[in-house]
Each structure stands twice: as C-alpha cells, then as structure tokens.
Design a protein around this ligand. Structure first.
Ligand code: SF4
Ligand code: MG
Length: 315
C-alpha cells in the first residue's frame, strides 16, 4: 500500500542535498492467495525493486506491506524471520545466484541448515525429494552449477527456493535468460508446483507474452508507477493504458496474415530518465493520445471495469 522505494544517487553540488532515484513511487496492489500476479514493464521501471521490497530484501521509504493482514514493513529482523521463511525468490540468472563452489546437494539444503530444519538424514531425504520434484536425479546431487544447462540450473534454483516450504515466491524474470524452447518447460513446472503446493507467485517479466499463460492478474509498470492492473483476460482483450496497448502491439504475432494486417508498432521516443521523470503523467513524452492536462496532472489509478484499474486521463 503506497509503496515507495528511493535510491540515493550522489549529492547535488548546489545545496549539498541528495538526489533520489524514485524506483518505486507510491504504488498499491494486492495478490490473492494461490494466484499468480504477473508484473511487466521495460527494464528500469521498478518491477524488481517492487518485488524485492515486498519480501523485505531492503527497507522501503514509505508505505506498508501486508502479509495476510500483518504489516511486515517495519518489522525488525527477529520478528521478520518467520515471514522470511514463507517468502522465497527465484532469480533471473541462476548461474549468478547459485554459489559455484557448492554442490547441488549443499545448495538445496543450505536453507534447511539456516533454519535448523531436520537432522542430516532428514535433510538429505528432503533434498532428494525436491531434486526429483524439479525433474533432476540423485546422480546430479554431487555436481556443481557449471556442469548444468541454464534450464537445469533454474530447476536447481527452484528446488532451493522450495526447500523450506514457502507460501509466496517472487519469480524475478525466471525465464528471461533461458532459450525459448526451455521457457515453456520452466513455466509449466512452476504452474504444476503452484497447484501441488498451493503457492502464490509474483511473476516478473519484461514482456506481456511471458506472463500471459501463468498469470490470473497482470500489472503494468512504467517509470516507478503502476499504470494498469487487472485480470489477464481483460488486459489482453481490452488493454486501456496507451503504454499497455503499445506493449501488446509489440508482441510478435505468429500468424503471418494477422502480422501483416497488424504490423509491429514500436513505442516512439526513449524512456525519460527516472532521475527526472516528467511531471503529470510519466508516459506523456511518448503518448500519442496525450491531452492538455496530461502535462501537469498526475493520473490516479481508477477502476474502469470490475477489478480492472488504469491510471490515465482518457478514462
Ligand atoms: Fe497518455 Fe495522458 Fe493517458 Fe498519460 S494520462 S497515458 S499522457 S493520455
Ligand atoms: Mg529486474
């Protein structure tokens, strides 16, 4: 609720005051238990910062974070620990996020060690169970991350995230670095695991095609703001925000006939610097529908149809 995360970026010479990069600037949303909320937007729009803020990877500059009704945004480490156990992350680049000096067995059992779960034998059995759940085998346990393909490494990352029975998983671009042929496999596996284990996901991706099949609801971010959020089918059938429309029109159409009728329209102009975002609507510099008030009046998120919200003066 009203989440803000600002990063200090050096001093302004004139007044000695610090400049801030407002990576996430006052956004509110909810995620239902057991669902997947897809969060999309170009790089630098604040989607990873949003995800990392809500699992308390760092302190926030404003707002609240409710986990099953409890505000966890100001909890100190000791009180936060039970919540940390419930929230895990799967990162974009499993090679960078897996310690290269640890074997698969040690990587997957490390969270169990940290939380003192089970004895040695029980941990081994848990690791074996997890590794089989993600489609690897006992023979893989004593190998190191570099011996695996990208898709297999992501499976190891998933097994590790699942080891301590989390309820909520931040999937931070888990398939963006993988070959297209592997992406669907990983998405299908995440979906199966969600149903089997009752997991809730925040699934971050930079384009709408990646979140389409896994998300019940989708949020679209632009320059630190949430510009549209709603049920997936509504976002695809009836996108409201000009930015969402532009994102959708840049999704490749597999049917050549439709592709010819609907050529890809690239959004014109560059993303403005997040250090000095436009006043009014942040999309104003690239929006072909802009009106006079867009220059100085910031649009609020409004519910336009059931559960479908948009921040744009056209509505
Ligand atoms: Fe475009 Fe104005 Fe809507 Fe912003 S508020 S997206 S500038 S029409
Ligand atoms: Mg990111």
């Amino acid at each position: 609720k009203n989440l803000k995360k600002y990063f200090p970026v050096g001093k302004s010479s004139l007044f000695g005051s610090t400049n801030y990069l407002k990576a996430v600037d006052d956004i509110s949303f909810y995620i239902n238990q057991g669902e997947t909320l897809g969060l999309v937007g170009e790089s630098g729009c604040g989607k990873s910062t949003t995800g990392r803020s809500i699992i308390r990877m760092f302190d926030i500059n404003g707002g609240e974070i409710y986990y099953k009704g409890v505000d966890i945004s100001k909890l100190k480490e000791k009180k936060l620990k039970p919540y940390r156990r419930k929230m895990q992350v799967i990162f974009q680049d499993p090679y960078a996020s897996l310690n290269p000096t640890l074997t698969v067995k040690d990587l997957v059992s490390e969270p169990l060690d940290v939380y003192h779960i089970g004895n040695k034998k029980e941990r081994y059995e848990r690791v074996l169970e997890l590794i089989e759940k993600v489609g690897l085998t006992k023979e893989h346990l004593d190998r190191y991350p570099h011996e695996f393909s990208g898709g297999q490494r992501q499976r190891i990352g998933i097994a590790r995230a699942l080891s301590i029975n989390p309820e909520f998983i931040l999937c931070d671009e888990p398939i963006s670095a993988l070959d297209v042929s592997i992406q669907a496999q990983v998405v299908n596996m995440l979906e199966d695991l969600q149903h089997e284990l009752g997991l809730t996901y925040l699934f971050i991706a930079h384009d709408l095609s990646m979140v389409r099949h896994i998300s019940q609801r989708i949020g679209v971010m632009y320059l630190g703001k949430l510009v549209e959020i709603g049920p997936s089918h509504a976002i695809y059938k009836n996108p409201l925000h000009p930015y969402t429309k532009a994102l959708l029109s840049s999704v490749l159409e597999p049917d050549p006939k439709l592709a010819r009728e609907n050529p890809i329209r690239v959004i014109e102009g560059d993303v403005p610097s997040p250090l000095k975002p436009p006043t009014g609507c942040r999309f104003v510099t690239r929006c072909k529908y802009k009106k006079k008030e867009c220059n100085n009046l910031e649009p609020e998120l409004k519910e336009v149809e059931k559960d479908h919200f948009v921040a744009c003066h056209l509505y």
